[in-house]
Design a protein around this ligand. Structure first.
Ligand code: BES
Ligand code: ZN
Length: 878
């Protein structure tokens, strides 16, 4: 595909652009295979330039003509772009190129989806549309004219004029090319409006294909809530007369924040009670908020270069999580985020793909839209806020918006704003952006009762190089409790030496009767080893450490199962209450797997108490009942020096879940009935939480009644959440066949529902059969390699079925590799992302390792392998 060898780009090599763009005029003459793009760009020398080279990015373009100040020129063209001799001062560049949207299967640049023209330019897709300095630090206002027979033609900014077969748009805000967007199609809109805090009326639209109009109302409400929330919480107002959202079926990611014209994967915006689950509704609300919030954190203030990606993504994920916490339940959101962080970011940070939140080099930037940049990037902002406090955080953000509006900024700019607003030195904190790997935090404790206070301090404490920090109590008489923390980050790929990081550790202390004796206190750890002393205590406390998961670390503490059961019953911090239950379950499962131990009664007892606790939010109870994923258990076993066996792990989870069902047997019917939601469907957190708990309970009941109740629920369900939960139970109990056939017939015309049909059969299949089920489904007429949603529903689901994917004979690996090889020629970005399911290959036994290695090498050996996939496979193989 490309004639040059892959090149590595380094952060340290950044130089400012030689030429800046004053404004851009684009004309699109749309035609499926022969679209003409005519550009008129005013360039001016950058006063900060270090060289004068005039280079424009451009890929897969046919140059028809090019002029400088009206005179035809003949630029030097390569696979990456063109260069040309130019005047010393400002000049006008004009070019006409031809591109072929209909054959663009990479879904990057201008492409077609279901008869509609659409674009995806982040990160480097604009260069597939026309020649341009396609880098985020070149910002300009755009005027766009679209010519086409299609009824709806949209671009960024405000509409300025339209006529028969054409439309013109103008975006007054200067922006980088990655935020450019164009849509043209036979679309209909769901309109609404919003009045901003300063009283301006904004026209809102969600544009969809005619058959999808009934699925727009929820997204529109989410948009209005997001606009209001950003005004209330961050003081940020929308800045154009119109905000358009478009749903497209073929899209590599979830959604894209193009200025004034957000483009969404249909799965991330379309929703109706009959076709979407509670989880879909929640995700849609969050993604709409996320893309909308980018208008300030990403668009008004953008990134200087792609190494700064976390500047917009980490911050915007943090903002959307705050929004979800405010709209729904904060503890439930926090627990879900930590489950996700541990499932996706921790393995990344501890494996061959490990990289800092701000990477220092890349070959293909599309491979760095990672859980580390996004989710760890958001955690870093959460820590910063915790350390400086809510008020200082708000002041720092005001300063950020004031100082950097219109800029392409860096992480240094971001941290400077916090230093200036708070007077704090953030030099050490910056390591969170530059150092990769997950810190491990070891905790030991020391108790000196009032009676033996005259004794010398314990050895552990004396070993601490620093005087311990005094936390509470001062000179009050009583016992002294000391917590000593040691942090250590194991070396990661490309980074062997690690320095201590700033860790905000939220701690509370409970008395022996379960009362909280010291409320949440923030300990600020900066050393490799550090002690904190609590004085004036009447009895030895039970500590609740890392409340709200105040830092993204692995906590290592020898804790008895009794103590965990105690915290599960008494902790006032919902996160740590959940965490105690999760650790009990995890340790119990590990003992079952390693030693064939029986299930831990304390977990079973804890669960039967939690599940009946009507004072607890049902959504929280549902989270308590869920066991750690097989892949998480594999990771823990590996850390403990045991080679994980996927079949044994699966068996242990099955056994424990069956025992939970047996333990709760008597309570299940009553509890399930209590959780039944009457009346019209609402996706709000309250009813959704009840359905989540009811769903867990139905799963347990199915183990006892062979699926009778699930079958009844499947038939009577009037919403997708109930229907899909019942279908999953039926599949798991081996009685899914009829329901699956009925489901297909009922929903065969709805792509998003058929994605669920593909996904569920594979994800819920018995591991021995998962690869075969997936293989059969790739032969189904509805399997569509070119549609990323359908591909992920099939191959992503296989990878999610841990024991199924890791079947000892390697069938899972081979099937996935076969399809990745095929997809790479069409869609490098989606192929490369999915390669990461092989990232933990070195964790497994020699047989599986060899099989995974062989399949990775098979992918690597494919001729014309894309730069995206080549980089991923190369890094994974090491
Ligand atoms: N800017 C991204 C979309 C994007 C990602 C474009 C990668 C090009 C390459 C967008 O804001 C985003 O982050 N979308 C997420 C969803 C979000 C809720 C985290 C996505 O698409 O998954
Ligand atoms: Zn984003």
């Amino acid at each position: 595909m490309r004639d040059s060898p892959p090149q590595t780009v380094y952060l340290k090599d950044y130089t400012p652009p030689a030429w800046l763009v004053e404004d851009v005029h684009l004309t699109f003459r749309l035609a499926a295979k022969t679209t003409r793009v005519i550009s008129r760009i005013r360039f001016a020398p950058n006063p900060d330039r270090v060289d004068q080279t005039f280079f424009l990015h451009g890929e897969d373009l046919v140059l028809i003509s090019s002029h400088i100040d009206g005179v035809a020129v003949t630029p030097k063209i390569t696979a990456e772009g063109l260069s040309c001799d130019v005047p010393d001062g400002p000049f006008i560049w004009e070019a006409e190129v031809e591109i072929s949207p209909a054959t663009n299967t990479a879904l990057e640049g201008l492409y077609m989806s279901g008869g509609m023209y659409c674009t995806q330019c982040e990160a480097e897709g604009f260069r597939k549309i026309t020649y341009y300095p396609d880098r985020p630090d070149v910002m300009a206002p755009f005027t766009v004219r679209i010519e086409s027979d299609l009824p709806v033609m949209l671009s960024n900014g405000n509409p300025v004029a339209k006529g028969e077969g054409w439309a013109e748009w103008h975006d007054p805000w200067k922006k980088p090319s990655y935020l450019f967007a164009l849509v043209a199609g036979d679309l209909v809109n769901h309109p609404d409006s919003f009045t901003t805090m300063s009283g301006r009326d904004v026209e809102l639209n969600i544009w969809v294909r005619p058959g999808d109009l009934h699925k727009c109302a929820f997204g529109m409400e989410a948009l209005k809530k997001s606009m209001k929330w950003d005004e209330d919480v961050y003081g940020r107002e929308y800045d154009l007369d119109i905000f358009n959202i478009v749903a497209v079926d073929d899209f590599n990611m979830g959604a894209m924040e193009n200025k004034g014209l957000n483009i969404f994967n249909s799965s991330a915006v379309l929703a109706s009670p009959e076709t979407s689950t509670d989880a879909n509704f929640e995700r849609i609300e969050a993604i709409i908020a996320h893309e909308y919030f980018h208008n300030w954190t990403g668009n008004r203030i953008t990134c200087r270069d792609w190494f700064q990606l976390c500047l917009k993504e980490g911050l915007t994920v943090y903002r959307d999580s705050q929004f979800t916490s405010d709209m729904r339940s904060a503890p439930v959101k926090r627990i879900s985020d930590v489950i996700d962080l541990r499932a996706r970011q921790f393995p990344e940070d501890q494996g061959p793909l490990s990289h800092p939140v701000r990477p220092e080099s890349f070959q293909e930037i599309n491979n760095f839209y990672t859980a580390t940049v996004y989710e760890k990037g958001a955690e870093v902002i959460g820590m910063l806020k915790r350390l400086v406090g809510d008020e200082a955080y708000a002041q720092a953000l005001d300063l950020y918006f004031e100082r950097h509006d219109g800029d392409a900024a860096t992480i240094e700019d971001w941290l400077q704003v916090f230093e200036d607003a708070t007077g704090r030195d953030l030099t050490q904190f910056k390591r969170w952006y530059t150092q990769s790997g997950t810190p491990r935090l070891k905790v030991t404790e020391d108790w000196t009762s009032a009676d033996d206070a005259s004794r010398p301090p314990s050895r552990d404490l004396a070993a601490s190089p620093e005087a311990p920090d005094q936390v509470r109590g001062g000179d009050t008489p009583g016992g002294t409790y000391t917590l000593t923390f040691e942090q250590h980050t194991p070396g990661t790929s490309g980074q062997t030496e690690k320095a201590p990081q700033v860790l905000p550790i939220a701690v509370g202390l409970l008395g022996p009767n379960g009362d909280e004796i010291t409320p949440t206190t923030l300990l600020e750890m900066t050393q490799a080893k550090q002690s904190f002393v609590f004085t004036g205590l009447s009895a030895r406390p039970i500590p609740s450490i890392l409340r709200e998961f105040s830092a993204p670390v692995v906590l290592e503490r020898e804790t008895s199962a009794d103590e965990r059961a105690f915290l599960l019953a008494h902790d006032t911090d919902p996160f740590n209450r959940w965490e105690a239950g999760r650790q009990l379950a995890r340790d119990g499962l590990i003992a079952m797997i390693r030693n064939g131990s029986p299930a831990d009664d304390r977990w079973l007892e804890g669960m039967s108490r939690v599940v009946r606790d009507d004072t607890a939010d049902p959504a929280f109870r549902a989270l308590m009942l869920s066991l750690p994923a097989d892949s998480e258990l594999a990771q823990v076993l590996h850390e403990q020096g045991t080679t994980p066996d996927p079949d044994t792990i699966w068996q242990a989870r099955e056994t424990l879940t069956q025992q939970l069902a047996d333990t709760l047997q008597d309570a299940l019917p009553r509890l399930h009935a209590e959780m039944t939601v009457e009346g019209a469907y609402s996706p709000d957190a309250g009813p959704a939480g009840r359905r989540a708990l009811a769903g867990k309970l139905l799963g347990l009941t199915t183990r006892l009644d062979g699926g009778a109740q699930a079958a009844r629920q499947y038939t009577s369900a009037d919403n997708m959440t109930l229907q899909l939960t019942a279908l999953a139970c039926l599949i798991r109990s081996g009685r899914g066949e009829d329901a699956l056939a009925a489901f297909y017939n009922r929903w065969k015309d709805d792509r998003l529902v058929i994605d669920k049909w593909f996904m569920l059969q594979i994800a819920e299949a018995d591991p021995a059969r998962a690869a075969d089920v997936a293989k059969t489904l790739t032969e189904h007429p509805d399997f569509d390699l070119k549609n990323p949603n359908r591909f992920r529903a099939t191959m992503g689901a296989l990878a999610m079925n841990h024991a199924g994917f890791h079947r000892a004979d390697g069938e899972g690996y081979a099937l996935l590799a076969d399809w990745l090889i095929r997809l790479d020629a069409l869609n490098p970005q989606t192929t490369a992302r999915m390669c990461s399911v092989f990232q933990a290959w070195r964790r497994y036994d020699a047989g599986r390792q060899a099989l995974m290695q062989r399949n990775l090498e098979r992918i690597a050996a494919k001729s014309d392998l894309s730069r995206d996939t080549a980089e991923m496979v190369g890094r994974i193989l090491g």
